[in-house]
Design a protein around this ligand. Structure first.
Ligand code: SF4
Ligand code: SF4
Length: 338
């Protein structure tokens, strides 16, 4: 495993690290097996969030007796003092630890920074927790270039790390990430596989490892096999060759920018449509021409079909990627016939 300093935090962390979203699809026992693989492969940074339901608790259980082998990061969507205070204490309890190494303001759009830095905002609770030794560093995560730019211009001295989507098809934040590097921030790439749209982990992770604006990539590892595979990439971090660079170009052309990352922020749908699932199956048809298989899955999983969309638009106000969900729903209904 290769390790880098995460900005000025003093943390020496693995370039391929662990993202805790998929642990929600796991159970306690299997999570332990995943953490066994992380330990064996030298992955020493684990990121999770309050928003990832059971993830903190499962990881906390899996880390019993080996907490000191890992740097732990979590995050909260709370914007006010009381909410953040409560969330930090809850994280410590769930993760069965006396401190977390990095606590982040989770998914912050431009308009929310004012709330975080208000007199009774979340930042006050973060500072208090840091003072009390409950957290060691403070960071933020976001999904838009303008969110990062806002921090650069207004709050650059308030955080120590930034987490942002970065992968073969999403390098739109390069300029801001470079600025953050200059400012001494630790830069963390989320969505290295573009929300499941990139199916070659070796190519995807090596692409990020080469990017000079990124310190570490967080790969979501749902089970021990995936953990072996993703962490294993670090054993041969060689530069991409001509053929592999051409493959990256072909993927960019094929996916464009209008694709669902399956983050789930758009949910719940007014009509009960499972939006990320519907788009996942649509994607199988568009990318791999797997109409028969995708139709069966669509029928069994999406019990409220895309045709039920009433075009209320609520989901679009929540999608951090500004996807035209209503149009994509119509297209999904057209593909599957209902
Ligand atoms: S626009 Fe359609 S998919 Fe989006 S919340 Fe409304 S009904 Fe659901
Ligand atoms: S539609 Fe947008 S918010 Fe919903 S899962 Fe896809 S990317 Fe995320």
């Amino acid at each position: 495993m290769k390790y880098v300093e995460l900005g000025k935090t003093g943390m020496n962390v693995s370039v391929i690290s662990f993202g805790g979203i998929p642990i929600q699809r796991n159970d306690m026992e299997n999570t332990k097996l995943v953490v066994d693989v992380l330990e064996a492969k030298g992955v020493n940074y684990i990121d999770t969030a309050k928003a990832y339901s059971v993830s903190e608790a499962y990881l906390g259980n899996a880390l019993k007796g080996r907490r000191d082998k890992f740097f732990l990061a979590s995050k909260s969507m709370a914007r006010d003092y009381e909410g953040m205070k409560k969330d930090i204490d809850d994280t410590l309890e769930k993760m069965q630890t006396e401190y977390v190494d990095l606590y982040q303001c989770h998914n912050v759009p431009v308009g929310d920074f004012e709330k975080i830095f208000a007199e009774n905002g979340a930042y006050k609770a973060l500072l208090e927790a840091k003072e009390a030794g409950k957290i060691r560093h403070i960071g933020f995560t976001c999904h838009h270039v303008e969110d990062m730019q806002h921090v650069i211009e207004n709050y650059a001295d308030k955080f120590e790390t930034v987490m942002y989507p970065f992968n073969i098809v999403e390098d739109q934040g390069t300029e801001q990430l470079r600025k953050f590097k200059e400012l001494g921030y630790g830069t963390i790439a989320m969505k290295p596989f573009a929300g499941g749209n990139l199916d070659d982990p070796d190519l995807a992770l090596r692409y990020i490892a080469e990017a000079d604006v990124i310190d570490i990539a967080l790969a979501g590892m749902a089970d021990p096999k995936e953990a072996e595979q993703d962490a294993g990439v670090a054993e041969h971090l060689v530069p991409l060759n001509e053929e592999e660079l051409a493959k990256c170009d072909a993927i960019r052309k094929e996916l464009g920018t209008q694709f669902c990352r399956r983050c789930g922020y758009c949910m719940p749908c007014t009509m009960g449509i499972l939006i990320p699932n519907a788009f996942l199956f649509r994607n199988y048809v568009l990318r791999y021409n797997m109409l028969e298989w995708a139709s069966q899955r669509y029928k069994s999983v999406c019990t409220v079909p895309a045709s039920q969309c009433v075009e209320c638009g609520v989901c679009e106000t929540r999608c951090p990627y500004h996807l035209p969900i209503r149009e994509m729903m119509k297209d999904t209904a057209r593909i599957f016939g209902y």
